[in-house]
Ligand binder design. Structure first.
Ligand code: 2YC
Length: 270
C-alpha cells in the first residue's frame, strides 16, 4: 500500500468541484453516482443518509504519523458529497472520544496499515482498499457502458487490485491479472487469466485497471489509442506524455473515489 504524501493531497479540497466535473466528462457519472454504484446503494438512499449522519475524521499519530492535508482532504470530499463532516481537534483515542461527544455516527481514521470508516450505529467497518477497488472498477464500467464479457486487465493483485477483480467478475467481465509476485495471483485462479509480461499485456487489453505502485509502464508505445484506464494505483503507471495523450480516457485520483465509496458502503443498510 503506497503511503500518500502531503504533496499528493495539496489543493484537492479546493479542486473537488472541478474534479467531479472532469469525472462526469470522462465516465458520464458524478463522484456520488460512482460511489453509489460501487457501494451498491441508490443515490436516493445516499441522499437520505446524508440527512441522518454526521462524520468525524480523526487524525492518527501512530507509526509514521500524521500526513499533512490528509484529514482535511477526507473531510472536504465528505462535505462536498453533502454530509456534515468535521476533523476532530484531538487525535487518536481522544479524537475518537471527541467525535462521539460531537455526535458523529460515522468516523474515518487511518494508521499506516489501514484506512477505515466505522458506522457506529450499524457497528460496521469499511476498508479503504475494498472501497477503492470497487470504486475504480465501477468507474471503468460506467466509462465502458458496462464490462460484461469485456476483457479487462488488472495490474496489481494487492488489496485494491483483488477487490477490483471481485467487482469485475461479479459484473461478468473476463479478467486477466498481472503481478510481479505470482503467489498473489494464485488465490484468484481459476476465475482469472494470468499475464506474464506486463508490456505485452498493456498492448493487448483495451480496458486496464492500474492498481499497482509501478511507474511508467503504460507508454505511448504500448498503449492502444482506444484503451480506457482506471488507475487507483499511486503513483500513476502512465508516463507523463501518455497521460497527456490519454486525457479524458484515464480515471485517476489519490483518495477521492475511495473515500466517496467508503461513505456509500458505510451507509449501505444491507
Ligand atoms: O494523517 C493521518 O491520520 C495518518 N495516520 C494517515 C496515514 C494514511 C496512510 N495510508 C495512506 O497513505 C494510503 C491510504 C489513504 C490508502 C492507502 N494508502
Amino acid at each position: 500500500m503506497t503511503r500518500l504524501t502531503e504533496g499528493d493531497l495539496k489543493g484537492l479540497d479546493n479542486q473537488i468541484r472541478d474534479y467531479d466535473k472532469n469525472l462526469k466528462k470522462i465516465c458520464g457519472a458524478s463522484l456520488m453516482e460512482i460511489a453509489a454504484l460501487a457501494g451498491d446503494i441508490t443515490t436516493a438512499s445516499f441522499n437520505e443518509a446524508m440527512t441522518k449522519h454526521t462524520v468525524g475524521v480523526i487524525p492518527i499519530t501512530s507509526g509514521q504519523g500524521i500526513i499533512g492535508n490528509f484529514s482535511q482532504s477526507v473531510k472536504s470530499f465528505i462535505d462536498y458529497l453533502g454530509f456534515h463532516a468535521f476533523v476532530t481537534n484531538s487525535h487518536d483515542v481522544s479524537g475518537i472520544a471527541e467525535a462521539i461527544a460531537r455526535k458523529a455516527s460515522l468516523i474515518f481514521m487511518a494508521d499506516d496499515n489501514q484506512f477505515i470508516a466505522v458506522n457506529l450505529n450499524a457497528k460496521k467497518v469499511v476498508d479503504n482498499g475494498e472501497a477503492t477497488g470497487r470504486g475504480f472498477a465501477a468507474a471503468l464500467s460506467l466509462l465502458a457502458g458496462g464490462l460484461k464479457n469485456r476483457q479487462v486487465l488488472v495490474v496489481g493483485a494487492g488489496r485494491v487490485g483483488t477487490h477490483c477483480v471481485n467487482y469485475l467478475l461479479a459484473e461478468g467481465a473476463r479478467v486477466a491479472v498481472f503481478d510481479i509476485d505470482k503467489n498473489k495471483i494464485s488465490s484468484l485462479v481459476p476465475n482469472i487469466t494470468i499475464e506474464d509480461n506486463l508490456s505485452d499485456a498493456v498492448s493487448k487489453y483495451r480496458y486496464i485497471i492500474d492498481a499497482s505502485p509501478e511507474q511508467g509502464f503504460m507508454t505511448l508505445d504500448n498503449l492502444h489509442p482506444e484503451t480506457r484506464i482506471s488507475a487507483p494505483g499511486m503513483p500513476l503507471g502512465l508516463t507523463a506524455d501518455a497521460f497527456a495523450a490519454f486525457e479524458g480516457k484515464v480515471i485517476h485520483d489519490p483518495l477521492q473515489i475511495g473515500v466517496a465509496t467508503m461513505l456509500a458502503m458505510a451507509v449501505n443498510k444491507s
